[in-house]
Design a binder for this molecule. Sequence first.
Ligand SMILES: [Zn+2]
Length: 302
Amino acid sequence: MLIKKHISHFKKCKICNKKGVSFFKKNYSDLEFKNFFKNFYGYKQSRILLSILDNYKFHILKCNNCNFIWQEVQPIGKIAFKLYEEIIDQNKSYLKNKYLSKKIKNKVKLEEKLMENYFPSKKIKVLDFGAGWGNWLDHLDKEKFDLFAFELSKTRSIHLKNKGIKILNFSNVRKYEKFFDYIRLEQVLEHITELNECMQNLRRLTKKNSVINVSVPNGANEINNCKIRVCKGPIQPLEHVNCFSNISLKKLFYKHGFVSLKTSELFKFSFDSFYEIFPKSKFFTKSLLDSKFSTSLKFKLK
Ligand SMILES: [Zn+2]
């Protein structure tokens, strides 16, 4: 009973509400899942997962209108909680993020300069939506940036609070209407079961001229070549329930009243100092290419 209540079936496209077409199907009782879960979560946790999923299928549906693909069976409520708070080893996750944090430092320091230049002469209100352990926020200067995190995990929220970061969640989100200058969503939307509710919240938090920087795994290969494998990747079983291409990610944001940043705005976002004549050319070129082909995109309100 508990399982049925906390496993949801999504048959329609979350972006255009069209009925999904079957794209790939495999029973969760298949040996491939047993091996994948054991390697990914460990033996004990994989047994728990497999006992929950025994009668379910890893069924990928596709929307022929927008190219979005998704997992029909998605964990919600207590099972989603179990997956993200218990089955995923919190210590391992923390250590992995600590290691990654060092690797992203230089990139974030450049992003910090670009933000300072784009939003001049004020303390910039920044929200890391789905902040995890707060690695990205750690690298920002607290004198220049007002730091916020939207985070639902209790363990991670406590960790973030201890670092002086203000926490948003479903209970206080309405207090921050039209509040933020810069919102970051890094590898978040692929996990969200209630995608449209999430987008409504995002819109609520955004004001005119805010920049939303979103990045999700690029599922172009899986979508265009029907390359679905039971592995870590854009359509990873249970965790990456939504899988986007450049087109479907844009459609989702356009549906909720956002537009892509124009070339001139991407250009403006590529200067690391007010006194520079030329933009950070590599960064600008990458932003332009990303906007056309990738799933790392920048949006603002229409
Ligand atoms: Zn669709």
